[in-house]
Structure formats: C-alpha cells, structure tokens
Design a protein around this ligand. Structure first.
Ligand code: ADP
Ligand code: MG
Length: 228
C-alpha cells in the first residue's frame, strides 16, 4: 500500500458478461481516479453498467482487462485474505436494498463488520454512537422488520461506517425510498462524508442525487465522461 497513490484508480477497465453469440461488454475502457476525501457521482440510466463499475471499484468483481488499484496496489495481485481485509477496512458499502440480517437487531447488524478485529463490547459502544449519529439511538434493539425503509438504510450507513472506511461506495442508496426519506438519506451521506473527510462514490440514475456528490461522471457506452 502506497500512501501517495490515489485511493482508487481504474485504468482501461473492461468488464464483460458471458452471453451468446458474443459476450456482453458492459465496461469498455474505464479510467477513473479518486483521492482521499473526494466525492464522485457515477450517473446513467438503468442497465448502463453502474453497478458493474461499482463492483469492480469495490473488488467484488474483477475486470477482464485493465487494472483496478487501491492505494496503488493492483487488486488482481491481492490474495483472498488481503481482499477481505481491504473490503472490511478500507471500503464501506451501501446498496439499494439494505442487506441487513433480518434476525439481528440494528446494533447487531452494525457491529458485525467490526467483530473481525475488535472485542464485542468496544464495538458495541461505537455501534451505538453511530446509530445515535444516524438518528436511530432509540431503535438500536429493533430488528430491520420493525423499521421503515429510510431507517433501514440509515442502519446500513452506520454498518458501512463502523470500520471507518476510507471510501463509502453507495449503489442507488435512495433507490427504494420515498422522496422525503431519499432526501434525508442524501443529507446524511453528505454530512458524514464531510465530518469524516471520507471519500464517497455514489452510483445513481437520479440526477438530483448525483449533483450533490459532484463531480458527475456520466456512464455512457461503457465509458465515463466527466461533466463539469
Ligand atoms: P446498472 O447498475 O447501471 O443498472 P448493471 O451494471 O447492473 O447496470 O448492468 C449492466 C448490464 O449488464 C445490463 O445489461 C445487465 O443486464 C447486464 N448484467 C449485469 N449483471 C450481469 C450478470 N451477472 N450476468 C449477465 N449480465 C449481467
Ligand atoms: Mg445498478
């Protein structure tokens, strides 16, 4: 890991899915750089490859060609243990659907990513503080089924922050919310990004959301075009 290198850097990234008669080439040469503390919004219509791109940035998927680097290290040179460490400690993920464990309470869901390297009691304290930060201190012992859509996404944000990631990767984080809850969640994401001087990449088809996390990169024809 190189402290001088960009936090995330994609060079010439090509990503295909198997299909017949020929593979579906979704990403066709993506170049993208994100430094510590920066925002970026990846914007484009449904099906243009936004989730595919975020998954490559987040090491959840590997490109067919080109490189994805995190702090200067090519992710294809990382072994499984190193990839797991990077995902757990450098990256925070928020998806369109919260992916909380339904049988666990809010605080248990938030604590889980910290349990890999931290004792339960200190992690619990930090989890509660984060739930308070996202406005859910009173709901810490509720299960996801007892929370609204907006509240579940707030728990997902707290879970993504528990290991103090260098970058938050958010895939249509407001996509399943009503307008009011969507605005509240966007406000929260913008606030925590500033408070923590954390980088954030938001992937969305919603122009208003993208504008809050400018610069906006339009994903079109498998390539990114920065819009200033
Ligand atoms: P977006 O997030 O912008 O809606 P995706 O990255 O999910 O777009 O998908 C881009 C394209 O790749 C779409 O045409 C989609 O159908 C296709 N696709 C996504 N995931 C897979 C997969 N696992 N296998 C095959 N095709 C896929
Ligand atoms: Mg998507």
């Amino acid at each position: 890991m190189n402290d001088k290198a960009p936090l995330l850097q994609l060079s010439g990234v090509v990503k295909e899915y198997p299909a017949s008669p020929q593979p579906l080439r979704v990403l066709r040469g993506i170049d993208f750089t994100l430094n510590a503390g920066e925002c970026a919004a990846i914007w484009g219509p449904s099906g243009c490859g936004k989730s595919t791109l975020l998954n490559v940035m987040g090491t959840l998927d590997a490109p067919e060609a080109g490189t994805a680097r995190i702090r200067g290290t090519d992710t294809s040179d990382m072994d499984t243990a190193e990839l797991a460490r990077v995902r757990n400690q450098e990256l925070g993920f928020v998806f369109q659907l919260h992916h909380l464990l339904p049988q666990c309470t809010a605080i248990e869901n938030v604590v889980i990513p910290a349990m890999v390297h931290e004792k339960r009691d200190t992690a619990q304290e930090r989890a509660l503080a984060l739930l308070e930060r996202v406005g859910l201190g009173e709901r810490a012992h509720h299960r996801p089924g007892a929370l609204s859509g907006g509240e579940r996404q707030r728990v997902a944000v707290a879970r993504a922050l528990i290991n103090e990631p260098a970058v938050l990767l958010a895939d249509e984080p407001t996509g399943a919310l009503n307008e009011e809850a969507a605005t509240e969640l966007a406000d929260l994401l913008a606030e925590v990004q500033r408070e923590r001087a954390m980088a954030i990449v938001i992937v969305t088809h919603a122009r208003e959301l993208a504008e809050r996390f400018a610069p906006i990169y339009a994903l079109h024809g498998g390539r990114l075009e920065r819009q200033d």
